[in-house]
Design a protein around this ligand. Structure first.
Ligand code: ADP
Ligand code: MG
Length: 693
């Protein structure tokens, strides 16, 4: 089958709708999708029936409302289409009511206290702006998820709200620049996804991987990524087969999977889709993560989406490429060719610069998680400090605007925005700096701090909302300006002047940057608990409530859900460590020690020297008792944590009192691993895992 035949073959997309719906119904649905008009039930009934017929023709037997609760992954509850007629036969049925609204038992999804336990009901509502699709013989209907009281319980509702919000404000700006044709401004996103592949049999032999998705122990292999021979290297046959099938599965679902290559660490790979609007990109990234897991399994492998599966080896991130576009396809972050277009570009650029500077905390916390804490700020990932990379050319231009001086490129010119042409800056020179957390890459921003398992919804809610806020402020000023050009000039100049501290083109991995950032007054929120505290700062509550993204209660509940996730992750990890240490590691060390002791005894009887055995044995004795004591200490600290009831306090307790013990236990175990015979070590090593596929 050709790619163009399979592409989107499992999606109830525009062309299927056109083909299968009566013209009037199609038009009504289109209107719903484009301008958010609500759909009446008669229309919904027709759509539902057409969807069902189409799905059944593709082999589907069930349908589900597919939603994205606060767990960060997707949820579905399958119902079959069958409905009995008479007492011996059934027909396949699907009503408009079932399409529009669902009522899953929501009590086991996190609500952060929003939904009292006595009110377990939650509702899902069809989001027609994301197409229905078929997965596992089930018609999946993208929905939003909310409580009986109307509070949002998912990651989609606020995202859709934030898209609406930036649409409204960006259109105001476009109108000011004389654009009367654009009907909508959307945010576009391309999420590059990194992941590891390991052999499934080896994976299953490690409780840490099975329970937590990352290795809690493991000495460094003799060969890691130092040779840099994996990055963009030839893809091995097993992986290549996997990628081929993955592409096909994703294409059927209409996911524009585009490039796949090896990443810098052994066993690490990346998949990049072609960008789409943020809502679709969010759904597609969720589908991509699921498909990565499913397809890997079919090939005898396990896909690790954890941010840091292996200590000392590069972790996995997700680059969120973000831009603004009109419905006519104009990218608003594309530097223009005329003075007029340049001025508009600079204004949007300034909105992003101001947003990132003023809401560093929100951007930072939008990507905070227990797993990502192991990655951020280490030598392969962006630091926990937020800054913007603009590249030298663009920075020089902004500096010239700020100082009102001539921009010194080949030709000298006095920059007056809206009057002079911006000097051309070549695009490829803007993408050299891989150490920046937030980089302008020619016509889009690349937010690089996301961990590989994160839903991209959170960071995009923040990007959309904060930039919308700045655009609104700009529009308020400019709409009331007496002289548009001079007001625009001073607004851009003022914004650059006040927010240029956030621009940093140097090496983000350098320690000197940490000090420099502190001098500039930039935030350095190193860990998840510290970052999450900022969620409820007055200025942030004001932002969210003003733009109707979250109510105050929703903000508090979301913060608590995130604290809770952090605490649970750490709790499972601590308990897994204790279990592995007690049941596997200590017994293995004892066994090896016994073997050594027997040998030493025999050698003594034979009067043969036993120098190496004795040295190893005494070091292992020390380590074994270390491991025993640290495991006991870890058990004790975990027990004490049960006294703490507030999620926030508990998260700080984990960070300050439990993680250091885990770290120290690991160090002793990793040293022991290196001293013990291969046959005695109870699970596959880093070397086995990283070079297994
Ligand atoms: P790389 O970062 O590897 O150099 P590209 O810059 O071409 O590659 O693209 C990286 C990702 O950015 C891709 O997923 C691509 O679709 C996405 N992207 C490109 N243009 C835009 C845009 N205007 N808006 C959002 N994402 C974009
Ligand atoms: Mg990239």
């Amino acid at each position: 089958m050709s790619v163009s035949e399979i592409f989107g073959s499992l999606v109830f997309n525009d062309s299927v709708m056109k083909e299968r719906l009566p013209h009037d119904t199609y038009k009504a649905l289109k209107k719903t999708i484009e301008v958010g008009k609500s759909l009446d039930l008669t229309v919904a009934n027709i759509v539902a029936n057409a969807m069902k017929d189409w799905a059944v023709s593709k082999g589907a037997t069930h349908f589900t409302h597919w939603f994205q609760p606060m767990t960060g992954v997707t949820a579905e509850k399958h119902d079959s289409f069958i409905s009995p007629i008479g007492d011996s036969s059934v027909i396949m049925e699907f009503s408009g009511k079932e399409l529009i609204k669902g009522e899953p038992d929501a009590s086991s999804f996190p609500s952060g206290g929003l939904r009292a336990t006595f009110e377990a009901r939650g509702y899902t509502a069809w989001d027609p702006t994301s197409y229905a699709f078929i997965k596992d013989r089930t018609l999946c209907i993208p929905t939003v998820f909310y409580s009986y009281g109307g509070q949002s319980l998912d990651k989609k509702t606020p995202l859709l709200r934030s898209m609406e919000c930036i649409n409204e404000q960006a259109l105001r700006i476009l109108r000011l620049f004389g654009n009367d044709t654009a009907k909508r401004v959307i945010t576009t996103v391309g999420a590059e996804q990194e992941y590891f592949l390991v052999d499934q049999e080896l994976f299953n032999k490690r409780k840490d991987l099975v329970f937590t998705g990352r290795t809690l122990f493991g000495a460094k292999p003799p060969k890691g990524q130092e040779m840099h021979d994996h990055y963009f290297g030839a893809i091995r046959p097993r992986v290549s087969k996997f990628m081929k099938e993955l592409d096909e599965e994703l294409w059927k679902l209409g996911v524009l999977a585009k490039t796949e290559h090896n990443e810098s660490a052994p066993a690490q790979h990346e998949l990049a889709p072609i960008f789409s609007n943020t809502n679709i990109a969010t759904d597609h990234n969720q589908l991509t993560m699921q498909m990565l897991k499913n397809v890997a399994e079919r090939h005898g492998m396990t896909c690790l989406l954890h941010e840091k599966p292996f200590a000392g080896v590069n972790g996995s991130g997700k680059h969120n490429n973000w831009a603004l576009a009109t419905n006519t396809g104009m990218n608003l972050l594309e530097p223009g060719k005329s003075p007029h277009e340049n001025a508009q570009f600079l204004l949007f650029l300034c909105a992003v610069i101001k947003a990132v500077d003023e809401y560093q905390d929100l951007l930072r916390l939008s990507i905070a998680s227990a797993g990502n804490d192991y990655r951020l700020g280490s030598n392969e990932a962006p630091p926990a400090i937020i800054s913007i990379f603009l590249g030298d050319e663009l920075t020089e231009i902004l500096e010239a605007i700020d100082s009102g001086s001539a921009y010194d490129n080949k030709e000298k010119l006095e920059m007056e925005i809206g009057v002079h042409v911006l000097p051309h800056f070549p695009r490829d020179t803007t993408d050299r700096n891989r150490t920046s957390p937030f980089a302008f890459t020619g016509n889009k921003f690349e937010f690089r701090m996301l961990g590989s398992s994160l839903s991209i919804s959170g960071p995009n809610i923040i990007l959309n909302t904060t930039v919308a806020e700045e655009l609104e402020q700009f529009a308020d000023i400019l709409e009331n300006a007496e002289d548009f050009t001079s007001e625009l000039n001073s607004l851009i100049r003022k914004t650059i002047h006040e927010h240029k501290r956030i621009i940093f083109n140097g090496n983000g991995y350098d320690n000197a940057w940490v000090e420099e950032a502190e001098r500039r007054g930039l935030l350095n929120l190193r860990t998840t608990p510290e970052a999450l505290e900022r969620y409820v700062d007055d200025k942030n509550i004001a932002l969210f409530t003003k733009h109707k993204i979250f109510t105050k209660e929703e903000i508090y509940s979301r913060r608590d859900i995130l604290y809770d996730a952090y605490n649970k992750t750490n709790s499972v990890e601590a308990l897994t460590m204790i279990d592995m240490a007690k049941k596997d590691i200590i017994p293995a060390i004892i066994k090896y020690q016994r073997r050594l002791a027997e040998l030493i005894k025999t050698k003594k009887e034979l009067e043969i020297m036993s120098e190496p055995e004795s040295t190893i044995l005494s070091r292992l004795s020390v380590l074994c008792s270390d491991i025993y004591n640290k495991t006991a200490e870890l058990e004790e600290t975990v027990n004490q944590s049960k006294e703490i009831t507030e999620p926030q306090d508990l998260s700080f307790y984990y960070k300050d009192s439990i993680l250091p013990v885990m770290h120290s236990l690991r160090a002793s175990v990793d040293e022991a691993e290196l001293l013990i015979g291969r046959d005695y070590w109870p699970f596959p090593t880093y070397g086995d895992l990283l070079f297994s596929v």
